[in-house]
Design a protein around this ligand. Sequence first.
Ligand code: ADP
Ligand code: ZN
Length: 430
Amino acid sequence: MFWDPKIEKLSREKLEKLQLERLKKTLQYVFSRSPFYKKRFTEKKFRPSMVKSLDGLARVPFTYIDDLRKNYPYGLLAVDKSETVRLHTSSGTTGKPKAIFFTRDDIGRGADLIARCLVMTGVTKKDVLQNMMSYGLFTGGLVMHYGAEKVGALVIPAGIGNTDRQLMLMQDFGTTSIHITPSYALYIADVFEKKGLDPRKELKLKRAYMGAEPHSEETRRKIESAFGIDVYNSYGLSEMNGPGVAFECQYKDGMHLWEDHFIMEIIDPVTGRQLPPGQEGELVLTTLCRVGMPILRYRTKDITRIITAPCRCGRTHRRIARITGRSDDMFIIKGVNIFPQQIERVLMGIKGVARNYLIQLESYDELIVKVEIQKRSFDGSVDHMAGLKAEIEGKLRAELLVRPKIELHEPGSLPVSEGKAKRVIDNRKL
Ligand code: ADP
Ligand code: ZN
């Protein structure tokens, strides 16, 4: 199903023409309206008229997370403060917040993108969507909420936490769709298990939208089978509206990134050069429709690649692959680059491993992985535990090329964070 078939199926040629038109307009607009870009363009001797084709985008200076922090709060605003109607900040997983402002029309456009995403995965006005993301400064709450209302679904603004109430709401109102972080979904699956209940029988759930944190295909499968549902990957960031930037369609093979609203590039994070389509690198995004706070060539630090093959669903907007990590998540042990997600992928593929884990960095050559294992294994024989530990160690070593120290823990004993999961504890001294 399509929310806006004309634009979702627009030919590549027309889509690129539209991108170029909107890019040129945005460049002129920020140069005349945003104090930050006026200064940045002048310093870099860049003029909007220098961009004559989409390739010309490579000449536009980058915008970094630090630019948002240093120009906090109003430096990137392109309208008078009185035109803004909402403020969001990033969830702050990586330091000080970044303030993002929306005009009324920005809010409407954000909701429209969410509507495309939900309809693409089968949501109709008959659905009940329970939004289990935090309803605060974080965009996962309100931005998703407005989009789901636009489709006409019944939205339950449950927020995150208070799991017993979440379960009650799901049961009493026949929730069909949830919007949730992977770590909270795993936690809820655990709660069902502890209560001896089978969510596949207790709930009317059909689908979950999972985003806000990197997670692996193995985690998706684990959640799909625990709840008996389809799980769709949802990518977004506050700087680009929040959720609704890129989303999986029914084929669950990469996320369509809405190219009439954003231009995507994949660059080499070290040299800053664009990489050929299909190669993995850092995702860089440019807003094409934002009025309150347009952002150009934003360095997301998220690592992915563009899937160039057309999708069977008929949408022409290209897809990005599952995010494999953030360039600043990477840590180095014994000279080897490691992304936390590599560890997750291995753990979630091992039978006997439960749903929570923690990575602890003690020094530049010591990596501790704390793993919750299933009750059955935890209560099993000493030999069984030793076997599981050896299996985890062996598989992680094969993936990482570094031998980690493994600690096995009882299910439910490792800390669970509200909101975004914190998987890496870094105790190293600089
Ligand atoms: P913060 O930077 O404080 O975490 P946001 O709440 O805006 O702020 O989070 C956006 C980030 O969350 C993205 O840049 C990305 O790293 C991560 N993220 C969001 N959705 C996904 C997803 N589906 N898969 C992997 N990572 C994601
Ligand atoms: Zn598709």
